[in-house]
Ligand binder design. Structure first.
Ligand code: 4AD
Ligand code: MG
Length: 463
């Protein structure tokens, strides 16, 4: 099928090719215009947002009646540079072959569709301008994540998807079982007997690769994961998905302050990468999604993040001239309205909030000397809210064991996690960046369902 002989439209439009004659293009029809003596096809092959214009000088010679929007074609032709058009190169067709027809009921005719409608047809939406851009942007930014860590000597590690531990201790784990739901084996007390299940105990999908990343960091030094994570969290918001991708670096011999330098470097690196290496996508977002996006991201890439402790943040919120639905007092979990006030009204930029009360954070965070707060950091950004959660880890065996008990955890299940503190323990720190939330922030896309190709949310796991 000419796979190796075809030229990608991105290279044609960039004039990255030597020979303009007998070029083969494989792609899908976006539009067709036919008149008596001339016809035009706009072809897209997914390599770029932009279409290649195909000019047909003798329309009668080609099967144009059978070519509809959405059809896939093989076209052979020669390229010509032209002036005064959006694209300065076009193709004159010599041969056109229909690879796959597209009946007239194809849903993506040339008109604008709402994002809500496009979610219903997520199998076709990658062929629209917006979702082509979103997917290519995801690809570029995923590469940037690896580039950042690889350039700094971090090892990319793979942590398990199926696990018997709840890394966040928040009980948001999806079960993984092969037991018959209609007729499960029971224990003497009438509970489901998971000892007869596939793994011999209760298992689920991971909510975070952190615990295993800690084990590897305490052997390899600097590591990072980049993989899917799952939360059975019944939050129907524009920022929560039941399946999302998380980047989790974990650094041995690193404390909270040192890690915060890495976080800021990392985020700014990703912003700059988007501006420099994803120009086509950023220009699109800036034009169609949020005018001013490029300016905002540029400014943030150059300014310092705000820094505030949780306790200071509570003071700011208490003094705020705002009507919060959820009352502010020391000890509360910051709600979205509070995060928005801090980032959008008070600081007007991304901020790092540190030293949260221990009771609202996970068991593994290092207890501060005040015995009330932990060495945690959340990175909050305007519009999206929390994009990063992280902490220095509790490296003291006894303190960690006590914290686990206080949290009602079964210590026997986590002996391995404690062992790391028994044999050559080190101060270590790590964080998790939600990949979708990062992309939402940079692009200005406002719903997480539109930044991941096939979103999983309460009530929806289609496609
Ligand atoms: O704050 P979280 O729960 O932290 C952890 O899981 C730690 N174990 C990370 C670590 O220290 N290695 O989640 C981290 C980030 C959040 O800040 C958010 O960006 C994203 O993951 N996130 C979600 N993104 C989309 N949908 C959800 N339901 C999310 N839950 C968390
Ligand atoms: Mg968090």
């Amino acid at each position: 099928m000419d796979y190796f002989k075809r030229t990608k439209i991105k290279d044609i439009l960039a004039k990255n090719i030597g020979d303009y004659s007998d070029v083969i293009v494989l792609g899908w029809v976006r539009t067709k215009r036919v008149s008596k003596n001339i016809a035009f096809l706009e072809i897209n092959d997914g390599s770029t947002l932009f279409n290649l214009q195909i000019v047909i000088l003798e329309p009668g010679k080609f099967p144009l009646d059978e070519i509809n929007t959405g059809a896939s074609l093989r076209i052979v032709g020669y390229l010509e540079e032209v002036e005064g058009r959006e694209q300065s190169i076009e193709m004159k067709a010599k041969e056109i072959e229909i690879v796959g027809e597209s009946p007239a009921d194809y849903l993506l005719q040339k008109k604008r569709h709402s994002f809500e409608f496009l979610r219903e047809i997520a199998h076709l939406r990658p062929r629209t301008n917006t979702f082509g851009v979103v997917n290519r942007f995801r690809n570029k930014m995923a590469y940037a994540v690896h580039k950042f860590f690889q350039e700094r000597g971090f090892q990319y590690i793979h942590t398990p998807i199926i696990t018997t531990s709840d890394a966040e201790g928040a009980g948001e784990v999806f079960s993984v079982t092969t037991l018959d739901p209609e007729n499960p084996p029971l224990t003497g007390e009438g509970k489901v007997d998971f000892s007869q299940d596939f793994f011999g105990e209760k298992a689920g999908l991971t909510v975070s690769g952190q615990l295993e990343a800690e084990l590897l960091a305490c052997a390899l030094g600097d590591v990072y994961t980049f993989g899917p994570t799952f939360r059975a969290e019944n939050s129907n918001t524009s920022r929560h998905a039941a399946e999302f991708w998380m980047i989790e670096p974990e650094m041995a011999f690193c404390d909270l302050k040192e890690m915060m330098v890495i976080i800021e470097d990392f985020i700014k690196y990703l912003f700059r990468y988007a501006l420099e290496e994803a120009e086509e996508e950023m220009a699109f977002f800036n034009k169609w999604i949020d005018k001013g996006r490029i300016k905002t991201i540029k400014e943030i890439a150059e300014a310092d993040f705000g820094h505030v402790t949780y306790t200071e943040a509570i003071e700011i919120l208490k003094k705020a001239d705002a009507d919060f639905e959820y009352p502010v007092e020391w000890g509360i979990d910051l709600q979205s309205e509070h995060e928005r006030y801090l980032t959008e009204k008070h600081f007007k930029k991304p901020i790092m909030v540190t030293d949260y009360p221990k009771d609202i954070k996970a068991f593994y965070m290092r207890l501060n000397d005040d015995n009330k707060t932990v060495a945690a950091v959340d990175c909050l950004v305007p519009q999206v809210g929390e994009i990063i959660g992280g902490s220095q880890r509790e490296e003291r065996y006894d303190v960690l064991a006590r914290r686990m008990e206080e949290n009602g955890m079964n210590i026997d299940n986590y002996r391995w996690f404690l062992d790391i503190r028994k044999y050559g323990t080190v101060p270590h720190s790590g964080f998790g960046l939600g990949f979708e939330r990062l992309l939402m922030y940079i692009s200005g896309m406002s719903n997480i369902r539109d930044i991941i190709p096939f979103p999983r949310t309460p009530g929806n796991a289609k496609f």
